[in-house]
Design a protein around this ligand. Structure first.
Ligand code: HEM
Length: 439
């Protein structure tokens, strides 16, 4: 089991794992407790959040050389201070204001995609990874962040991750393959390379006065090292996650002609032949439903863990001090007792009226409680802009014969890639664009 889990941890689960409410395992001296019901997750992550606030020691240790005491791995008063700061930077009004920039970056990244009727073969896994990196980099550092900067960060972070692979199950569980990262020279060296890159980007952003880096700096709450670390943490939080989500959307929609038809209907009925402003694209209900359903079936973060500070109880079961408390959205989101036809792609379940009938806390792609993702609104809005704009312009077809498998590699991604044929859409004749209604 551990050998399989080292390469792709989601492959270890048997069918029975999709029906349990909780699971408790003893791994060497450590208790690993899996919350697999909305109630147990709510109990640990909301009601008893103070006791289950700390990230797992493996994640903390793996990321400390890279991001120091940044929000994603700090706890206690340091976490509370950073959390308030980051929530302010990613506020709802700022998210709205950033969306035109998202559309501008999307246009720049896809400028060499086909403009005429000729189809083009594009690996959409690669394309969505590039897009998400360019968007988060552009939002953090301003317009000077381009293809070269994104590629340099990708290479430097890949080098760092070579030493600290989060998808490695023995590592997450704290088994003997785990090495004390802090004393590990290659890790410190590769973290140093990432630091140097971000320091250069930060300097350019401050010089030009553009990007969220300036907003963070202007808060006056972070010294230069903390500022750099928080930027790396935000970049990591918003890069692979959005890229993986977009890749799954294009894959799933290409496999479901009924969903594709309904998406086209929404795009042509509410958007019309000319693309609407980004803020309006981000609100399209069916596009948003597709995003949530893709994140349900293929949660970009398929597992997250906390460490119990003191002995406790969850779901009336004993939790020992130091235990790892784990949520595996990959299991919960396909739970046989929570979802109707759990393995089917049915975006309609996330449309506003149907969504009210879903079990509370059965969908945890962005986690819940005080440590839930502070970038959820931005991540969903930017992904919605990308899906709406790209689907308005193009049709995506998976290369025949391609078999895609979900593999956990930091995030849950389609493997071995997503080779697609991309073709510019011709506006269907006879499309009626409804006259605007008075509100
Ligand atoms: C599809 C997009 C995204 C998904 C699925 C996602 C998912 C998550 C999840 C599950 C967590 C909780 C992890 C845990 O408890 O261990 C988290 C935390 C976090 N996310 Fe996101 N995220 C997304 C986008 C973003 C974006 C765009 C940003 C920043 C711009 C971001 C920044 C963060 C940060 C800083 C944390 C740590 C929060 C804390 O510990 O208080 N995320 N995210």
């Amino acid at each position: 089991m551990l050998r399989r889990g080292s390469t792709n941890f989601i492959s270890i689960f048997e069918e029975s794992a999709f029906v349990h409410q909780t699971m408790s395992l003893q791994v060497l001296t450590r208790q690993v407790f899996i919350c697999n019901s909305p109630e147990s997750i709510n109990e640990a992550f909301v009601e008893k959040a103070a006791n289950f606030e700390r990230k797992s020691p493996q994640i903390r240790s793996g990321l400390t050389p890279l991001i120091g005491d940044a929000l994603a791995i700090s706890d206690g008063p340091a976490w509370a201070q950073r959390r308030a700061l980051v929530e302010g930077v990613l506020s709802a009004s700022r998210t709205q204001a950033l969306l035109p920039e998202v559309l501008a970056i999307l246009d720049a990244v896809t400028a060499d995609w086909p403009q005429g009727p000729q189809a083009q073969d594009i690996d959409m896994l690669d394309a969505t990874a590039t897009l998400s990196a360019r968007i988060i980099g552009g939002l953090l550092f301003g317009p000077s962040f381009g293809a070269a900067e994104a590629a340099a960060i990708r290479a430097a972070i890949a080098d760092y991750q070579k030493h600290t692979d989060r998808s490695d199950l023995p590592l997450l569980l704290g088994l003997p393959s785990w090495k004390p990262f802090r004393q590990n020279t290659p890790i410190l060296r590769s973290a140093g390379a990432v630091h140097a890159l971000f320091e250069r980007l930060l300097a350019a952003s401050l010089d030009s006065g553009s990007g969220l880096a300036c907003v963070l700096r202007d808060s006056g709450q972070l010294d230069p090292t903390a500022l750099r670390n928080e930027l790396i943490s935000l970049y990591l939080g918003g890069d692979d996650t959005v890229g993986a989500l977009l890749a799954w959307v294009f894959y799933l929609v290409s496999q479901a002609r009924d969903v594709e038809a309904r998406l086209e209907e929404e795009l042509y009925a509410f958007v019309g032949p000319q693309l609407k402003p980004a803020e309006e694209l981000a609100r399209l209900p069916f596009v948003r439903a597709i995003l949530c359903e893709a994140a349900r079936l293929y949660p970009p973060v398929p597992m997250f863990a906390r460490q119990a500070q003191a002995a406790d109880e969850i779901n009336k079961r004993k939790i020992s001090a130091g235990a790892l408390v784990v949520v595996i959205p990959w299991l919960l989101h396909r739970h046989r007792n929570l979802w109707h036809e759990p393995d089917l792609f049915q975006p309609e379940r996330f449309l506003p009226n149907a969504r009210r009938k879903l079990r509370e806390n059965a969908f945890v792609a962005f986690s819940i409680g005080p440590r839930a993702c502070p970038g959820a609104a931005l991540g969903l809005a930017e992904a919605a802009v990308c899906v709406a704009a790209l689907s308005h312009r193009y049709q995506f077809r998976l290369k025949p014969g391609t078999v895609v498998e979900p593999v956990c590699h930091h995030t849950l991604r389609p493997s071995p890639g997503l080779p697609m044929r991309v073709q510019r859409r011709v506006l269907p004749t006879g499309v009626r664009v409804p006259a605007p209604r008075a509100s």
